[in-house]
Design a protein around this ligand. Structure first.
Ligand code: HEC
Ligand code: HEC
Length: 345
């Protein structure tokens, strides 16, 4: 039974490739990182236990629950947000130009990129993240997560017996260097640190009154709000909502088109990357935008839809392929048996 032996060798080789070499290579190219953290724990002091994080998040959500949305409306209208953001559902526009296209064009010219419409900000973005973001945009977008990952690298280095003095110096330099790069004006949105926490909560509470639940938004709508001020999605004819030259000045690069990201990076990578880019590209200029788990799932679904529209069809064909090859194997075996009989073994 030579065939069985050959089959066995084939299975062994394929198994070694599939379960051994491929995952090993993948793990070298894409080091394993912790799962996405939709509580944004790094916004809280490093020694906070998960329970302490929950408590602080609960306190902030409670502030939003108790806040007066009308006070929030007043702040949005008169003290800032409406100067740079459209809020379609509240009929708030920065310039009063009469059409959304004209407003967006003017916003891109003023900011270099289109600040997202805020109609659904309270359902797309994590509310606790939003409060922190308004206080000082670069902090939750970049700084805290960068610092946390540096801390983890330091702890890892110490635990594996590294030279503590050297590691500590590297850590201090990396954190100081990053913090000075990410000055308070690093993100084009200005800081609202002069508002009290209660006032910031009232802004979120006003945005809540406008927001459509994320389940009712299409994956495309979510992605446009969260990503296209920096990324085009050519395959679905979604242009970049920015001036490329200005974007390059701002971010040091024109960010890549997202059409094929689902294939080049894979869903697992995107899930952790979007939630916290510093995890994969320490020091990167891509901000964490603060999406909730549900909105991030919509973004990934959209990237799947654009980059791999035939995935379901392809997967459903798999079974037929297996059946086809089984039938072919039986026929080949019968044919060989027949031929060899004629040769006389
Ligand atoms: C000076 C103009 C300006 C003002 C005023 C402003 N924003 Fe922004 N906002 C921006 C720009 C520009 C971006 C995009 C920044 C980027 O992606 O780097 C942005 C991004 C955002 C985002 C996206 C979230 C994220 O993580 O990137 C939200 C939400 C937001 N702003 C809410 C607000 C709210 C609420 C206010 C009022 C309290 C406000 N903004 C006031 C310019 C502004
Ligand atoms: C404020 C601008 C900005 C926003 C908003 C933004 N990105 Fe990016 N993105 C960047 C920049 C800059 C890079 C290049 C990063 C680098 O090479 O360090 C990047 C790179 C990427 C990459 C490539 C990562 C890699 O490993 O090379 C992916 C994927 C990505 N972004 C997805 C997204 C998605 C999805 C969204 C919306 C949820 C988004 N980005 C929103 C600026 C942005």
């Amino acid at each position: 039974m030579k065939e069985i032996k050959i089959l066995f060798v084939l299975i062994l080789l394929t198994g070694a490739m599939y379960y051994g070499i491929e995952p090993y290579a993948h793990h070298i190219f894409n080091p394993v990182v912790k799962p996405a953290d939709f509580k944004f724990s790094d916004l809280f002091p490093a020694d906070s236990s998960p329970a302490a994080v929950d408590m602080e998040r609960g306190r902030l959500i409670q502030l939003v629950n108790e806040a007066n949305p009308e006070e929030g409306r007043d702040i949005v209208q008169n003290f800032g947000c409406q100067a740079c953001h459209t809020i379609k559902s509240a009929q708030m526009f920065p310039y009063g130009l009469g059409s959304l296209e004209a407003e967006e064009k003017a916003l891109i010219e003023a900011n270099g990129l289109l600040p997202p419409d805020l109609s659904n900000a309270a359902s797309l973005y994590d509310e606790v993240y939003l409060i922190d973001f308004m206080k000082n945009p670069p902090t939750p977008s970049f700084t805290t997560s960068h610092r946390r990952h540096q801390q983890e690298l330091l702890a890892e280095g110490l635990a594996t017996g590294g030279d503590s003095q050297k590691l500590n110096t590297t850590f201090t330099k990396a954190v100081e260097g990053f913090d000075s790069k990410i000055g308070s004006n690093y993100v084009k949105m200005n800081s609202f640190a002069w508002l009290t926490e209660e006032q910031l909560a009232s802004v979120v509470s006003f945005l809540r009154t406008l927001a459509t639940p994320v389940e009712k938004l299409t994956p495309k709508e979510v992605t446009i709000n969260a990503c296209v001020r920096c990324h085009s999605i050519d395959y679905d004819h979604v242009p970049l909502a920015a001036m490329p030259k200005e974007l390059e000045k701002y971010l040091g690069t024109v960010p890549p088109d997202l059409s094929m990201m689902i294939r080049s990076k894979g869903e697992g990578y995107l899930n952790t990357f979007i939630n916290d880019p510093q995890k994969h590209l320490l020091g990167t200029n891509m901000p964490r935008v603060g999406l909730t788990a549900a909105s991030q799932a919509k973004v990934v679904a959209y990237l799947n839809q654009v980059g791999d529209p035939k995935a379901d069809e392809r997967n459903s064909l798999g079974l037929y392929f297996v059946i086809y090859f089984l039938v072919l194997a039986v026929l080949a075996f019968a044919w060989k048996h027949n031929e060899f009989k004629e040769i006389g073994k």
